[in-house]
Design a protein around this ligand. Structure first.
Ligand code: HEC
Length: 106
C-alpha cells in the first residue's frame, strides 16, 4: 500500500512540475481523484500524521479504512476530535474527498 501511495504522491508532484511544459503529466492520464486527495493530505495532514500516514504526533492513518467508515472519517475531518484533531482544516468537499481516499486504506 505504501508503494502505491508513494507513486501517487510522486505523480502529483510531477503534475505540479509539468507547468514548465514537460510531457511528464501524460503519465497521470487515467488517474482518478486520488492525486488530489494525496496532495491535500500532504499539505494539510502529514505534518501530524506522518508523511506516509504512518503516524507522528497523531495516530497512523495508513490502515484507517479497516477501522472506520468513510462517513466516520469525514466527520472527524470536518469536526475534529476532543483528542486533538483540529476541525476545519479543509473545505467540506475536500474533507469528503479525503475521507473517500482514506477509507480505501486497509
Ligand atoms: C495539528 C495536528 C493534526 C493535523 C494537521 C491533522 N490531524 Fe488528524 N488527528 C490529530 C490528532 C492528535 C488525532 C487523534 C485525535 C483523538 O484521538 O481524538 C487525529 C485523528 C485523526 C483521525 C482519526 C484517527 C483514528 O484512528 O481514530 C483521522 C481520520 C484524521 N485525524 C484525519 C486527518 C486528516 C485527513 C487530516 C488533514 C486534513 C488531519 N487529520 C490533520 C492531529 C492532526
Amino acid at each position: 500500500m505504501k508503494k502505491v501511495f508513494f507513486g501517487v504522491v510522486l505523480g502529483a508532484t510531477m503534475l505540479l512540475a509539468a507547468c514548465g511544459g514537460s510531457d511528464e503529466a501524460g503519465k497521470n492520464s487515467g488517474t482518478t481523484a486520488e492525486p488530489d486527495a494525496a496532495q491535500l493530505a500532504e499539505q494539510k495532514c502529514m505534518g501530524c500524521h506522518g508523511k506516509n500516514l504512518e503516524g507522528g504526533s497523531a495516530p497512523a492513518l495508513d490502515k484507517i479504512g479497516a477501522d472506520k467508515t468513510e462517513e466516520e472519517i469525514a466527520t472527524i475531518i470536518k469536526e475534529g476530535t476532543k483528542g486533538g484533531m483540529p476541525a476545519g482544516l479543509v473545505k467540506d468537499d475536500e474533507a469528503e474527498q479525503l475521507a473517500k481516499w482514506l477509507a480505501e486504506k486497509k
